[in-house]
Design a protein around this ligand. Structure first.
Ligand SMILES: NC(=O)c1ccc[n+]([C@@H]2O[C@H](COP(=O)([O-])OP(=O)(O)OC[C@H]3O[C@@H](n4cnc5c(N)ncnc54)[C@H](OP(=O)(O)O)[C@@H]3O)[C@@H](O)[C@H]2O)c1
Length: 253
């Protein structure tokens, strides 16, 4: 299927690893022009920036407009978390840092991108998480930031739909990226929790704890595929939506 993305210009935040990197690869393979954002970018075309820096979003958008003269879409992918042991241990600074990375960055990038997106019509895709609908002590601040993202995306869809801009959310479930495989990441945490080797701990988590109908963790490429589809004119009637890419984890109607 031709996604009709050739020649279109996109920004992807959190572009040097995981879901962001897979998205850059897929969009590029579809003939799009992609500018990624990360603190340590992988490609020459990308911009080095920390999204927690208040000036970063406008700087990135200005750079893209200078280089390419237009912007057709923004993927607000950047995000991350530190596991918590109790609500009482999460300080004001922790809350602010989590919201800066997972929510305020999305506010700032969307605000910087919208004037250009309204010129030709465009698409915003925000990467939330199943955590937005499964709050838990270990994710208390992260889940709250991702829930806020669902609300903001709906608001953007309502205000900017009449000006040709769509706003949608993808909500990944457990997806095997560096968040899982880094030292001390989710995989190591599960191994500690279940007192099992890493691979067996993941298997136990997938089959017995989460009972994922797909029977496995997701891949970054599977999330990237849905992001690319939501950027495409093939989904021009889809806005204000949330698409789960979670192997069937979300059971409620
Ligand atoms: N993996 C999962 O299981 C899962 C599940 C649900 C939702 N998600 C969501 O999916 C999105 C992507 O997650 P992922 O697992 O692909 O993450 P990842 O593999 O940890 O990659 C994170 C990316 O963000 C960049 N980044 C981190 N902090 C940054 C900052 N302050 N400024 C600029 N760039 C920054 C990193 O590059 P640098 O270090 O070079 O900056 C990297 O490119 C996130 O929003 C996450 O919450 C993931």
């Amino acid at each position: 299927m031709d996604l009709r993305l050739s020649g279109r210009v996109f920004i992807v935040t959190g572009a040097s690893a995981g879901i962001g990197e897979a998205t850059v690869r897929l969009l590029t393979a579809e003939g799009a022009v992609v500018v990624g954002v990360a603190r340590k970018p992988r490609r020459d075309e990308d911009v080095a920036a920390d999204v927690a820096d208040r000036a970063a979003a406008q700087l990135v958008v200005d750079t893209v407009l200078e280089r390419h003269g237009r912007l057709d879409g923004l993927v607000n992918n950047v995000g991350g978390l530190d596991s918590r042991t109790s609500f009482l241990d999460v300080s004001d600074d922790d809350w602010l840092a989590t919201f800066d990375l997972n929510f305020h960055s999305v506010v700032r990038f969307s605000r910087a991108a919208l004037p250009a997106l309204t010129e030709h019509g465009g698409s915003l895709v925000h990467v939330a998480s199943e955590a937005a609908r499964f709050p838990d002590t270990s994710l208390v601040d992260y889940a709250a930031a991702k829930t806020a993202l669902l609300s903001m995306s709906k608001t953007l869809a309502g205000e900017f739909g009449p000006r040709g801009v769509r706003s949608n959310v993808v909500s990944p479930g457990p997806t095997r990226t560096w968040l899982w495989d880094r030292p001390g990441g989710f995989a190591d945490q599960l191994a500690d929790q279940f007192k099992l080797p890493v691979d067996e701990a993941i298997e136990h988590f997938v089959r017995d704890v989460r009972r994922l109908p797909s029977g496995r963790l997701g891949t970054p490429q599977e999330v990237a595929g849905v992001i690319a589809y939501l950027l495409s004119p093939l989904t021009s009637q889809v806005t204000g939506a949330e698409w789960a890419i979670d192997g069937g984890a979300l059971r409620q109607i």
